[in-house]
Ligand binder design. Sequence first.
Ligand SMILES: [Cu+2]
Length: 180
Amino acid sequence: MLTPRMLTPIVAGLMLGMASLGLHAHGSKEHGPRQAVVKEQTGWGIAGDAEQVSRSLEVVMTDDMRFTPAAVKVSEGETLRIVVRNAGQMMHELVIGDSEALAEHAEMMVRFPNMEHDEPYMAHVPPGETAEIIWTFNRAGEFEFACLLPGHYQAGMIAKVVVESPRLASREHERSQSVQ
Ligand SMILES: [Cu+2]
């Protein structure tokens, strides 16, 4: 027969087991490797791998709310290692997107300034620090790098990113040749 005295260690053991399970689940979620991020196709590309990188691009962020360079050209399919350097005294971030998605996101950031967000196409960089984004631009079109911190986007902290389709570029070349 089970007496309350015998039951206590069983219950305590069960609770301890549950607690450690909970801790484990929490720990693996919070500290899991970044590579474990599910690669999701967006309208402006997809997360890339270090092995695919075709070139590095340094982008500098400054407190005058500017990205340098302010315009970037990429070939469709290229994987870039974007080295994002914050040369300012305040926090900045680089978020890749199309103008519509970024404008929407910027508005959310104004309404909820403490909103936490982290996606493979963004880097939050404290003053004096550098972060990296490895991104495959597998969609041709016009995109942007933007800092969505409240006030920054509104002050024009946006760089232009043009992803050119090689097929389209050669077709245009042919057309200009035939005109001559
Ligand atoms: Cu900023």
